[in-house]
Design a protein around this ligand. Structure first.
Ligand SMILES: [Fe+2]
Length: 215
């Protein structure tokens, strides 16, 4: 006589049902985790445009602010500012235009309101249109502080005729941040979203600034 317990054999239909239930139970936690791990993303916080958006765009308005037409700009600390433009679901916003503008190494903007005294070799403004991967990249200088402001780069995102975002990018660890009248009004989450390291990397400094917009 066998001592092993008798296991009732299942009909093929019952076996299939058991396997299906097991598969659903096994997959369910993964599905829940997926849904919880990827909530709608937080949009990049907006900031004021400030007084120095260009009154006229430079003839050279590409991604490389260190090359203005035929002029090379050797001042300041070169940086690659890069990232991607995504919507609230994390999808790339193909066709979005990213613009940046900032002062030169001496803190001067190409703007009549700032005396139009910026270094002519510095492009001061750049615009790129992102492709299917949503990625953008600018060659510029690490921003410098000027009277009344901590270091920052102005940034704007457009899509077609719509302006999706105007904001400012700050340098992590900059001593002037806590004194800046705009930076210090940001809450912790907004500071974290707008303040990024400008860290040594390939080709000088690198700064990664991901952008999330309601497209
Ligand atoms: Fe500014």
């Amino acid at each position: 006589m066998s001592l092993s317990p008798q296991i009732p054999s299942l009909t093929p239909h019952a076996r299939l049902r058991r396997r299906t239930v097991a598969a659903v139970l096994a997959a369910a936690p993964a599905l829940w985790l997926d849904a919880w791990a990827q909530p709608a993303r937080r949009p990049t916080p907006a900031q004021t445009e400030g007084p120095f958006y260009p009154t006229a765009l430079p003839a050279d308005a590409d991604h490389d602010l260190l090359q203005n037409g035929a002029l090379n700009y050797p001042e300041g600390r070169a940086v690659w500012l890069e990232g991607s433009v995504a919507d609230l679901d994390g999808r790339p916003v193909a066709g979005a235009q990213v613009e940046i503008w900032q002062c030169d190494h001496a803190g001067r903007y190409h703007h009549p309101g700032d005396g139009s005294r910026a270094d002519p070799r510095f492009q001061g403004f750049g615009r790129v249109t992102v492709g299917a991967d949503g990625r953008y990249r600018f060659r510029t200088i690490r921003p410098v502080p000027y009277s009344g402001r901590t270091s920052h780069i102005h940034l704007k995102v457009r899509l077609g005729g719509r302006e999706l975002l105007t904001t400012q990018v700050y340098v992590a660890g900059e001593p002037g941040n806590p004194r800046d009248f705009l930076w210090r009004t940001l809450d912790e989450a907004d500071r974290a979203a707008l303040t990024v390291p400008f860290a040594p990397g390939d080709g000088g400094l690198r700064a990664h600034f991901p952008i999330v917009v309601a497209a």
